[in-house]
Ligand binder design. Structure first.
Ligand code: CP
Length: 478
């Protein structure tokens, strides 16, 4: 089976079988790294890094050199025409006409998807803002698999900045795909975003247990974690007694502790202030004395700052430098597959996850509420139409196809009901029974009454009630 001409934008772009096959190819590559020179001879890779990088950029470039290909690079947005206001789509079209494959890191969430949509050659996401970093996830999974032989049923703890850590977001989905359990240990105020948790629990079938909801007996001796994701295939999942289940699971120990640095470059002003008040927790020998970490692999995507003590470098549980080193064979395998220089054989035929949601796309109206999304940037709105997946009708929930932020619009209307009948051009509360009667293809959504009325809609009786209620709420003394 060929992966040729495909792009890797999110970790969902690869099936489990494809990832397993890629790991086998990475094994082959790492055994004879200096004998792969003929594989991509004559091919050119563009390495576009518009945010700082050591590991990802240099391991991709090393990988291409080891495969016999050439590399052109732009490592500073100020040295490209993006600084003159060129759109990402135009840049992608042009660079795509020069090279055979593009690797891109960009601060805007969803930027890699835009490049993949316009370049006409395979594109690899090397990190798009706080969204995803799928090739880091491949290195992480490859490392865990090499050490533990399997991913299924493992308990993987995620530590630190779980809000902005893009490596965390792609790792969460990948672990769930492979049937691992996930323990969340966020730094206060840097918890996993709700839209990530929602996708995790609705699309991967497991259950999320919040720490605060656990019985006091279950919390005894438990590290102060935030939540636990239990995979549906977990052998100990006792639906009637989930608290006991958690105790059973943790007593057996944590398989890997994945530490991340605070992603200060993405902090809001309020988060910067909070950071000064609360010390970021450090993983050190003292912490790892705890019984559940006795056989735990200590992992980190790097770079580290102060959150991982240097005294752990000599600890037999530490694996972070191996993770970084494995970036070369893993990326050699990936490049050679996407360029069609190698093919993989799948143990069994399998399709990519088929969560095929209806799309929502209109010329005007609602935009992604995430200010870091590529689709709301001034240079990109000239050609990008906001595009969403309708992932739920009750409550109505939309997910941006670029940055994957989810949100629940407040008001809706139908494109069909009002057609030719101005008097019935009404908008409704998204919670009303009218909202659910609107066919998907006719749905129009608004985030505010101003937005709806600006488009010529008048409030229905229910929308008026909702508007009154939300006005009363906002005028209540705090
Ligand atoms: N892990 C990682 O993405 O490192 P760099 O930022 O150095 O590429």
């Amino acid at each position: 089976m060929a992966l040729a001409n495909r792009s890797l934008v999110t970790i969902d772009d690869l099936s489990n079988g494809e990832m397993e096959a890629l790991f086998s190819l990475s094994d082959e590559m790492s055994d004879v790294m200096d004998k792969q020179f003929g594989l991509c001879q004559g091919k050119i890779m563009a390495s576009l890094f518009f945010e700082p990088s050591t590991r990802t950029r240099l391991s991709f470039e090393t990988a291409m050199h080891r495969l016999g290909g050439s590399v052109i690079t732009a490592a500073d947005v100020g040295a490209t025409s993006l600084a003159k206001g060129e759109s990402i789509a135009d840049m992608a079209r042009v660079v795509g006409s020069y090279v055979d494959i593009i690797v891109i890191r960009h601060p805007w969430e969803g930027a890699a998807k835009v490049v993949a949509d316009y370049a006409g050659v395979p594109v690899i996401n090397a990190g798009d803002g706080g969204h995803q970093h799928p090739t880091q996830t491949l290195c992480d999974l490859y490392t865990i698999k090499k050490e533990k032989k399997t991913l299924k049923g493992l308990k993987i703890a995620l530590w630190g900045d779980l809000k902005y850590g893009r490596t965390i977001h792609s790792l969460i989905f990948a672990l769930a795909k492979f049937g691992a359990n996930i323990l969340f240990y966020p730094t206060p105020s840097l918890e996993v975003p709700e839209h990530v948790l929602k996708k995790l629990t609705t699309e991967y079938g497991g259950g999320l247990e919040r720490y605060e909801a656990l019985a006091p007996t279950a919390k005894e001796g438990l590290f102060p974690l935030d939540a636990i994701y239990l995979t549906p295939s977990s052998p100990h999942q006792l639906a009637m007694m989930p608290d006991i289940d958690i105790q059973v699971k943790l007593k057996a120990g944590v398989d890997a502790l994945y530490v991340t640095r605070p992603q200060k470059e993405r902090f809001t002003a309020a988060e910067k202030k909070q950071e000064l008040k609360e010390k970021y927790p450090v993983v050190d020998k003292k912490l790892l004395k705890s019984k559940e970490f006795r056989k735990t692999l200590v992992m980190h995507p790097l770079p580290r700052v102060d959150e991982l003590a240097y005294e752990l470098d000599a600890d037999p549980r530490s694996r972070y430098f191996e993770q970084a080193a494995r970036g070369v064979p893993v990326r050699m395998a990936l490049i050679s597959l996407l360029l069609g220089a190698k093919e993989i054989t799948l143990a069994q035929k399998e399709a990519l996850p088929s969560t095929d949601y209806p799309r929502y796309q209109r010329d005007s109206g609602i935009r992604c509420p995430n200010p870091r999304c590529v689709s709301v940037q001034e240079t990109e709105t000239k050609y990008l139409k906001p595009e969403f997946k309708i992932v739920n009708r009750k409550p109505l929930t939309l997910r941006c196809t670029y940055c994957e932020h989810g949100f629940e619009p407040k008001y809706v209307a139908s494109a069909d009901w009002h057609e030719g009948r101005t008097a019935s051009k009404k908008y409704h509360s998204a919670e009303s029974h009218w909202a659910r009667k609107i066919r998907t293809e006719n749905l129009i959504v608004f985030n505010s009454t101003d937005e709806a009325e600006g488009q010529g809609f008048k409030p229905s009786r229910y929308a008026k009630v909702r508007r009154k209620r939300s006005k009363a709420k906002t005028s209540e003394p705090k």
